[in-house]
Design a protein around this ligand. Structure first.
Ligand code: PRX
Length: 657
């Protein structure tokens, strides 16, 4: 361990803060200027949730006002029925009409140092209009699906907004996903157009997105055209009649494209996320309710002001990038930072340099990143001027109190509130979070549900738990909630609405303390979070059993100090195939090929048998204990079936299945 990696405990101030078990109140001047400083908003929302949400919907510009706020036919909700609007119009035209065209919309940094670009709202507007015309010229009409497989470059935001402008449904696929994963998503959505780039940079390496796309498109008859952004000057194959350069078509495109008037319930996008089966779910979000939810929560949670420089570090491939880069901040006319690459390139101070250079005022990032920064040491942020920051945010997984305090002390300099925001791909917008000018903070707690949202902790049989642990539940509908799973209506009902009647089951464990604060405890299903990225254990299992040498596989999430969780796989090889480091390496590569690097198991444990209950269910708790070394010490290879059998019997007799 290098001196910079000495754990936090050695830092007296930070450990004192931790031990104090202190409640952190909003600083006086933050509170004085805060957008929401009056707690009556909660009560107002509770008394008339529909009126409350309608008031917020009314802050968007509608081509036609809705006739009715909500239709709730459990579990199907419709919001702002009869209303017509366009998401791109609300993110662009509205601000230009208000005279804000010259305001910076995106301040972009590429990963290679020195590469920077600024786009004003006028420039974004022009690019989105032109691209909307390009998309139309490629035969895309309202309701068609467009897949977007791009690096973190402004053109990715332009692509999403252009789809919204013409009423096409975008489905963004994270640039770190493999060809197979891209193919599955394109086929499920039946995308007609793929927008990609020659490549994008990550930790100094070029990810050849167009080459990967070529592998896929030949197997996707639904894709008629591929539009390619020249980001890196990387040589690519362009298939005549199918593939076009973005810059070529943009040059010739008309400068105005009228925004398509969308019904409030028309689909804005589909975003695939992992569930408990091997097949990712295409989460459907519609236009009116989603835009209302993201626009309002951006304003409340981030206390957004006209002169803020907002930086959400998520990738547009995840829901956080959709809601808190592309739609929420832009609906509010915010100036934001967008960064293409990794936080440690070329050095471990890259984030802090970006904040210093652009005077960022709000930073929204993930606990896994914060834990890496802790490990890298305080000298990196200490060498930079972070005085512009006034608010910090966290998302994607539980933040441990140590990481919270470190973030508060070293990054926020004890003057920035931290908003620990709980939500999901399915929820569309943040549901549980402090309001930074109002809510006293407890490190590690996301505090309470936002105004207009009703959250509870319930027992298995649906009893309300006023104090103690259970499952998180959302008990009333909200505007940005998912409307279903694309092409699989039954799965929507089964996954979220069968545990309790009329109440949404998010799949998270939660605890309520004596003050009514919520503490999110992680997933209770077979979904795991590796570096905040959501992955299904069954997805990795399917990838493993797809290998010809694998007979059976079981995957579990194990704790990891930095990443939160890591993947451990138990594998039974088919007879005649020897286990060992070579087999392990081969299988890891196979999973990366099937899913992408985020699916790569940290450990593969070869076994002759998988411990199962009498009803044939894999005993995952036992596997987790084995993988984390609790049951058997440091196990790397487990070939002796008796060992598993003995453990299984022991666990069964203790009733821990
Ligand atoms: O387990 C919860 C965790 O992330 C899951 C949702 O993952 P995803 O759909 O990828 O969306 C992530 C970004 C919104 C949740 O079921 N999670 C998210 N935020 C938090 C969290 N767990 C604890 N605290 C949070 N703040």
């Amino acid at each position: 361990m290098t001196p910079e990696e000495i754990p936090l405990k050695s830092d007296a101030t930070v450990s004192a803060l931790l031990e104090e078990n202190r409640i952190f109140h909003p600083p006086y001047d933050f509170k004085a200027k805060a957008f929401i400083k009056d707690a009556s908003i909660y009560e107002r929302a509770r008394q008339d949730p529909q009126g409350f949400w309608a008031e917020w919907a009314g802050k968007l510009e509608w081509f036609k006002k809705w006739d009715k706020v909500l239709e709730w036919d459990v579990p199907y909700s419709k919001w702002f029925i009869g209303g017509k609007l366009n998401a791109s119009y609300n993110c662009l035209d509205r601000h230009i009409k208000a005279g804000l065209g010259g305001k910076k919309a995106i301040i972009w940094e590429g990963e290679p140092e020195g590469e920077q670009k600024v786009l004003t709202y006028n420039e974004m507007y022009l690019a989105v209009n032109k691209l909307a015309n390009v998309i139309k010229s490629l035969g895309v009409v309202k309701g068609d699906r467009v897949a977007i497989y791009m690096p973190m470059i402004p053109e990715a935001v332009v692509a999403m907004q252009a789809c919204a402008r013409v009423g096409a449904i975008h489905t963004v696929v994270f640039g770190g996903f493999s060809a197979e994963a891209l193919k599955d998503r394109i086929l499920d959505a039946q995308a007609k157009l793929l927008i990609t780039a020659d490549g994008g940079y990550r930790r100094g390496k070029l990810i050849p997105l167009k080459d990967i796309s070529d592998e896929v498109v030949s197997q996707c008859p639904c894709v008629v055209h591929v539009l390619v952004v020249n980001r890196a000057g990387h040589p690519v194959n362009m298939q005549s009649g199918r593939d076009y350069w973005y810059h070529d078509l943009m040059e010739k495109a008309k400068v105005y494209c009228p925004p398509e008037p969308m019904d409030a319930e028309d689909i804005l996008y589909i975003l695939y996320t992992s569930g408990t089966t091997g097949k990712p779910k295409g989460i459907i979000h519609t236009t009116g309710g989603y835009m209302t939810g993201v626009a309002a929560t951006t304003q409340w949670v981030f206390d957004l002001r006209a002169d803020d420089i907002f930086w959400c570090t998520a990738d547009i491939g995840w829901v956080t990038g959709h809601s808190y880069i592309v739609y929420g901040p832009m609906a509010n006319g915010a100036t934001q930072i967008m960064y293409e690459g990794s936080p440690d390139y070329p050095q471990r101070d890259r984030f802090w340099r970006i904040i210093e250079r652009h005077r960022a005022t709000i930073l929204y990032t993930a606990p896994t990143a914060i834990r890496s920064f802790m490990k890298w040491g305080t000298q990196w942020p200490e060498q930079c001027d972070l005085s512009s920051l006034r608010l910090l945010g966290s998302v994607g997984e539980p933040i441990n109190p140590e990481a919270w305090i470190w973030y508060y002390h070293y990054i926020g300099k004890e003057k920035c509130p931290i908003v620990d925001t709980w939500w999901q791909t399915e929820t569309g917008c943040i549901l549980i979070s402090p309001l930074p000018g109002l809510t006293p903070l407890k490190p590690g707690s996301a505090t309470r549900a936002l105004p207009g949202i009703e959250a509870a902790v319930l027992s298995e049989d649906g009893k309300n738990i006023e104090r103690g642990g259970g499952y998180l539940a959302i008990t009333t509908p909200w505007p940005a909630m998912l409307r279903g799973i694309y092409g699989d209506a039954d799965r929507y009902k089964e996954t979220y609405w069968t545990k309790w009647k009329g109440t949404y089951f998010p799949g998270d464990g939660a605890k309520k303390d004596a003050d009514g604060y919520l503490w999110l405890l992680g997933r209770v299903d077979d979904v795991i979070k590796v570096s905040g990225h959501r992955i299904g254990t069954m997805e990795v299992e399917s990838a493993l059993v797809d290998h010809p040498q694998v007979a059976e596989a079981a995957v579990v999430g194990i704790s990891d100090e930095i990443k939160g969780q890591e993947i451990a796989a138990f594998v039974i090889l088919k007879e005649g195939n020897p286990p060992g480091p070579e087999a392990e390496d081969m299988l890891k590569k196979h999973v990366v090929h099937k899913i992408g690097a985020i699916g790569r198991p940290k450990t593969i444990i070869f076994t002759a048998e998988l411990p199962k209950t009498r009803s044939g269910k894999i005993m995952r708790r036992l596997l987790r204990d084995i993988a984390e070394g609790r049951a058997l010490g440091d196990v790397t290879t487990l070939a002796d079936a008796h060992v598993v059998e003995t453990l299984k019997q022991k666990y069964e007799s203790e009733g821990q299945t």
